[in-house]
Design a protein around this ligand. Structure first.
Ligand SMILES: Cc1cc2nc3c(=O)[nH]c(=O)nc-3n(C[C@H](O)[C@H](O)[C@H](O)COP(=O)(O)O)c2cc1C
Length: 197
């Protein structure tokens, strides 16, 4: 249970995401992660996970975003749940998730992402250029045929907890004025400010 007066924005997010899942909102489990690469913003869609009660992201350590995350103090995570008319903008630091947790979850992934993680690891780092899609498919077949039916995760399958410092929640209000709140960590608790929407 939560109320609009709830001072904990992460609890509010949890309730909003649960409602979005119940409404089959395609964004219920997604977010946009923004990082900075040599001064330029880089945004991409990722699955926003709940791991041990914390927000989390899974990725491959060969990817550009991993280097951008590890070189920065903060990242930005955005999600818009259209079914609830709610946007969250989260400024967060990141903490590596223990490999044992990531790798246990990794076992439940479908075959193609599993093979791709091994492909990144041994053949071509994620987001690098390949000569053609046919070349990529040949690489994929090589990994697929040599990889066990139930493989372990490569060391490069990693994850980060998202530790929110500031959360902005915008609730669209139809014919009324939207409700915009900013929650910031102050003295170990959440301070709530109302913003002009
Ligand atoms: C719906 C959707 C979900 C995605 N989920 C993930 C994810 O959980 N982890 C991930 O590494 N990439 C995910 N991707 C791919 C990323 O958006 C991105 O293309 C890829 O990670 C490479 O990013 P980078 O070059 O910025 O490192 C997803 C893409 C879409 C469209």
């Amino acid at each position: 249970m939560t109320s609009d007066a709830d001072q904990n924005p992460l609890r509010r997010l949890g309730v909003d995401r649960a409602n979005a899942r119940a409404a089959n909102d395609p964004w219920a489990n997604l977010c946009v992660l923004t990082t900075i690469d040599r001064g330029l913003p880089q945004a991409r869609v990722l699955v926003l996970r709940d791991i041990e009660g914390r927000l989390a992201l899974f990725m491959n350590a060969t990817s550009p975003k991993q280097h951008q995350i590890s070189n920065a103090t903060h990242v930005n995570v955005l999600t818009y749940l259209a079914s609830c008319g709610v946007q969250y903008r989260i400024t967060a630091s990141t903490t590596p998730i223990p490999q044992s947790i990531v790798h246990t979850s990794w076992r439940d992934r479908p075959r193609i992402p599993k093979v791709m993680d091994w492909l990144y690891h041994h053949h071509a780092p994620q987001s690098t250029v390949v000569p053609s899609r046919d070349t990529l498919k040949t690489m994929y077949e090589t990994v697929h045929t040599t990889l066990a039916a139930d493989p372990d995760a490569p060391a490069s399958a990693i994850g980060y907890f998202i530790d929110a410092h500031e959360v902005e929640r915008l609730q669209l209000a139809g014919d009324d004025i939207h409700t915009r709140e900013r929650f910031s960590i102050v003295d170990g608790g959440w301070r709530r400010d109302v913003l002009v929407p």
